[in-house]
Design a protein around this ligand. Structure first.
Ligand SMILES: Nc1ncnc2c1ncn2[C@@H]1O[C@H](COP(=O)(O)OP(=O)(O)OP(=O)(O)O)[C@@H](O)[C@H]1O
Ligand SMILES: [Mg+2]
Length: 281
């Protein structure tokens, strides 16, 4: 310990269970983690009138990390995702993204930062093809004199490439209306690959699809991870989280009750944390 520890000004700190040396060590470690973190939430609270949906939630996600976010209905998972994706503003607390203080005021701003979201209801247009959906709102155009033409062939080709990269069987020219839930997920995920996403948020992507399609979506998540993209996966399905996630965060009634490596937990423990049979871990 150095002289600073014995300095009277540090009495208050010395009186804490840590001591200054420990505190400095912790701060240094925190700084290293901050530098490594892609996304960092600190003390995020969200109130809707009298309802407190989130209480003082802090966690971070490293680049390329796949994190499972679990919790019972109403635990605050979607609210958390909506704060990260710019739909809601936190009542209190702060977000950092890629090392910078981030105020994410809108989904467009989140997208500019490199945060894409795949919602359960997906918001795809049934009457358009997979390729048209992928490019919806960001169509490739060619300017000829005063006219702008859509570059259909280029969009189709790029969409095919994206499905190839994702090793998905989904065909770029197929209409979304004839697609299964899993193929729709593939379209929504391919859409996130158009931009240079660093973090993809997925709210229950496997809730309403068949067993075979679940396998396809989990494969897509593996492909994203291989490409260095971080994923936050909200799911009620324990096998999915244990199959693809490195870490699990458990929410209960708006509070984070666990945040640990998958390898250090078990489905039984996570279930107990979700229901409250186990307080925290
Ligand atoms: N816009 C809103 N206005 C008022 N209350 C809200 C709003 N959105 C969410 N809540 C409340 O916040 C709490 C958390 O909801 P949230 O949707 O985040 O839960 P969830 O964990 O995603 O649940 P589920 O598993 O059912 O999707 C709930 O009590 C919910 O009723
Ligand atoms: Mg939800």
């Amino acid at each position: 310990m150095d002289g600073a520890v014995r300095h009277p000004r540090n009495d208050a700190v010395r009186g804490s269970p840590f001591g200054v040396g420990r505190l400095i060590q912790m701060t240094a470690r925190q700084q290293r983690e901050d530098m490594l973190a892609l996304l960092e939430l600190t003390g995020v609270t969200k109130e809707f009138g009298a309802i407190r949906a989130l209480s003082d939630v802090s966690f971070s996600v490293r680049p390329g990390e796949v994190v499972g976010l679990m919790g019972d209905n109403g635990a605050g998972k979607s609210t958390l995702v909506k704060i990260i994706s710019g739909i809601y503003q936190p009542t209190a607390g702060a977000l950092r993204f890629a090392g910078d203080h981030a105020q994410i005021h809108s989904p467009a701003e989140a997208r500019r930062l490199g945060i894409e979201t795949v919602y359960q209801d997906l918001a795809l247009a049934d009457n358009l093809t997979a390729a048209e959906n992928i490019f919806l709102g960001r169509e490739l155009k060619r300017q000829v004199g005063p006219f702008r033409f859509l570059r259909h062939a280029d969009m189709q080709a790029r969409a095919e490439e994206l499905f190839d990269e994702l090793k998905s069987e989904t065909r770029a020219g197929d209409y979304v209306r004839q697609m299964s839930g899993g193929q729709r997920q593939a379209v929504a995920i391919a859409r996130t690959r158009l931009s240079d996403a660093k973090l993809i948020l997925m709210d229950e992507p496997t809730a309403a699809i068949s067993v075979r399609q679940v396998a396809e979506v989990l494969n897509l998540i593996h492909r994203l991870k291989d490409a260095g993209i971080a994923v936050i996966l909200i799911s009620h399905r324990m096998p999915d989280v244990f199959a693809v996630c490195e870490r699990v965060i458990v929410m209960r009634r708006g509070t984070k009750v666990a945040d640990k490596p998958i390898a250090a937990s078990s489905p039984e423990e996570v279930t107990a944390l979700i229901t409250g049979a186990k307080e925290a871990a």
